[in-house]
Design a binder for this molecule. Structure first.
Ligand code: ZN
Length: 668
């Protein structure tokens, strides 16, 4: 599970590193520094280097998982960028470049966040001209295909408004598999997929494997069949490269347990065996000693409408020892937080095991974490492993820091805060308390609570991600205003909680709307979660005017009148969401989400968009990676240096040359 940026913006101190690189469409591209890399040992640096190579080798996988034509579109764009012989100074060509940049950013033709298909603002005939005046040997032509035939094939993929128009459809009145453009299922209906999953026999029901996690489900000759992602299976060419670099990591491991983790991961990639994936996760989550750490695999299931199949991702990082003291305090008190949570005792863990939490410095992002990245991760996802072995929770502090630096002085707070006091609180405490929220969400929130023995982990189906994120956020929000945090020295005054409550509610009711096209519904799980919490508290608190909309100079603002009552509302909703999860009450979950988290007030939305537009801030952000350069002397590696000079387009083009291993389409 992951936490993603909330689009808050704060101000902070000095600047001598250029954080913001460029802005196009609704996206800003940033750069993140890797403080502390120079102080690592040469072996640690080399380990980061080889793991960062492994992190880049799966890039093509995510394109193909998102949509079966994504690689072909990306390669067409790149062929044009590299070889188009016509005029590159025209407006049309610049618009084409914006489209190409957006495709890179989303790892495909559907928006990375809304999952709606987006379109170039050029005409199909101009695009055809670009293709014709580029080198045909660079185009992703089928075997016997001529350029004209290729243009006829690719044009509707890029331009047709109705054709495969959404990557993930969660509308429960539809067949969410067949109406989603993502590539986890082929020729399979939702009913068939659900039956296939239900018919699966768990060899050990106490330790259920994550069925279907690493495969595509297809129907061939009326037979359902899984195409497993593994060496020799689907995506083999990319996975072989990942395995190659993982082998290089083995002798560099910091300790035996880390070495064992890498061995198990190699074994899993080689066999596709999900039991080995669980063994790997158990071994990985109990490794508390390693400074260098990484994830690399098919992990998060947000991309699958049914929430079963995982997209490929990688994050390479090392521990920030100083900042981790904060999360260690939280983890060390995990049992206290569990015991005192405002939920039914039946749903509490009697013993919270090994909630390990740390602050990390990200060194490389790959797959579904690149260029748009989470700011926190909590893994593994399997409930039984979390229950018996705990989970590892990380806060990616150099990423959040870069977000803050890149948004300095952008006018966002001044536009959307009701009072000067609110602005002052946000500036003074915002970044700090936002990190604390992430820590609580990741270290405690996701790890808290338990399912009743008879409840299936899949009971909440298409609402599970939203409700799980709500549960973790509510846990964080409830405790951020708790005296206990002062006792633990994590916050100094209640004003800090106020700053977080202001930011959260303002975002959930208003400012996150800047991420949605006018007229659209709320779709993304994290956004739905925030809308759910904010709107539910608004409605429940109405008799006491806990939260109010207020008008000033014709503009709408959100005002919290009673922070203590709001905190109790967070606790009350947490109790209900926990009950829904623990009992697997799909109907109640559906009602909550549908009532509070999907429909948007059109008038308010239009106003927010208008105000936001004037600030000229891109609502989404992503990062280019630093480049690690091995330094050799007499064929021996003597150092690894880090270089930040690569820009967005250079990096994308280079990745497509050096780390592209899959064919244009991957039927099996
Ligand atoms: Zn989360």
């Amino acid at each position: 599970m992951r936490t993603i940026s909330k689009n808050n913006s704060y101000n902070s101190d000095n600047q001598n590193f250029s954080y913001l690189l460029e802005q196009f469409a609704d996206i800003k591209i940033m750069r993140y520094p890797v403080p502390g890399f120079e102080e690592l040992t040469i072996q640690q640096k080399e380990l980061i280097y080889v793991l960062s190579q492994a992190a880049l080798c799966g890039r093509d996988i995510i394109y193909d998982q998102f949509y079966k034509h994504n690689l072909a579109v990306r390669r067409t764009n790149e062929a044009i960028i590299e070889s188009y012989s016509g005029d590159r100074e025209t407006n049309d060509f610049k618009e084409f470049l914006v489209y190409a940049k957006r495709v890179w950013f989303s790892n495909g033709i559907h928006h990375h966040y809304s999952t709606d298909k987006f379109f170039p603002s050029i005409k199909p005939d101009y695009f055809a001209k670009l293709v014709k005046q580029s080198k045909s040997r660079l185009l992703p032509l089928n075997k016997t295909e001529m350029v004209d035939g290729f243009i006829a094939r690719i044009t509707p993929i890029i331009f047709d408004v109705e054709f495969d128009k959404k990557r993930i459809v969660l509308d429960s009145s539809k067949d969410i598999i067949q109406s989603s453009a993502s590539n986890f299922y082929q020729n399979v209906s939702q009913k068939e997929a659900e039956q296939f999953i239900a018919g699966f026999n768990q060899p050990n029901p106490d330790q259920p494997i994550s069925i279907g996690l690493n495969s595509r489900l297809v129907k061939e000759n009326n037979q359902l069949k899984e195409q497993v992602y593994k060496v020799g299976g689907l995506y083999s060419a990319a996975i072989e490269q990942i395995v190659f670099w993982l082998h290089k990591a083995l002798p560099l491991a910091e300790n035996e347990q880390q070495k064992r983790s890498i061995e198990l991961l190699i074994n899993y990639y080689t066999t596709g065996d999900l039991k080995i994936w669980d063994d790997y996760n158990v071994n990985w989550v109990t490794d508390q000693l390693s400074i260098i750490d990484f994830v690399n695999g098919f992990i998060e299931t947000y991309g699958d409408p049914l929430g079963m199949k995982a997209t490929w991702e990688s994050v390479v990082n090392f521990k920030d020892l100083e900042a981790s003291k904060r999360t260690e305090i939280i983890s060390n008190n995990a049992q206290w937080f569990e015991d005192n949570a405002p939920i039914d005792p039946r749903f509490k863990k009697k013993e919270v095991k090994g909630v390990s939490a740390k602050v990390i410095t990200v060194a490389q992002l790959g797959g579904d974490c690149y260029p748009a990245t989470p700011i926190g991760i909590n893994l593994p996802n399997a409930d039984w492993i979390r229950k018996h072995h705990g989970s590892k929770s990380v806060t990616m502090e150099n990423i959040t820091y870069s977000y803050d630096k890149a948004s300095e002085g952008n006018g966002f707070l001044e536009e959307f805060c009701f009072s000067d006091e609110e602005i002052a609180l946000a500036k003074k405490y915002g970044p700090k308390v936002s990190n604390l929220h992430t820590d609580l969400h990741e270290c405690l929130g996701h790890g808290s609570g338990q399912l009743l023995p008879e409840t299936s982990g899949e009971a909440l189906k298409n609402f599970s991600s939203t409700l799980e994120e709500a549960r973790a956020d509510l846990f964080a929000l409830y405790y951020i205003g708790d005296k206990k945090l002062e006792t633990l020295g994590l916050i100094s005054v209640f004003d800090e909680a106020k700053a977080e409550y202001n930011a959260y509610i303002r975002n959930g009711l208003m400012t996150q709307l800047t991420r949605i096209l006018l007229g659209n519904d709320m779709e993304q799980a994290h956004m739905r979660n925030r809308a759910l919490i904010a709107h539910w508290c608004l409605a429940e608190g109405t008799p006491d005017k806990v939260i109010e909309f207020k008008m000033k100079e014709g503009k709408t603002f959100v005002v919290i009148n009673d922070y203590q009552k709001l905190r109790l509302l967070f606790g009350k909703l947490l109790a209900e969401v926990q009950r829904i999860k623990s009992e697997g009450d799909y109907e109640a979950g559906k009602i909550l989400v549908e009532k509070y988290a999907i429909k948007i007030d059109q008038k308010l939305h239009a106003e927010v968009m208008e105000r936001f537009k004037k600030l000229n801030i891109a609502p989404y952000g992503g990062f280019v990676n630093p480049v690690f350069i091995p330094v050799y002397k007499n064929y021996t590696l003597v150092d690894v240096t880090i270089d930040y000079s690569e820009d967005y387009t250079q990096q994308m083009i280079r990745y497509s040359k050096e780390f592209s291993f899959l064919p244009d389409s991957n039927p099996n």
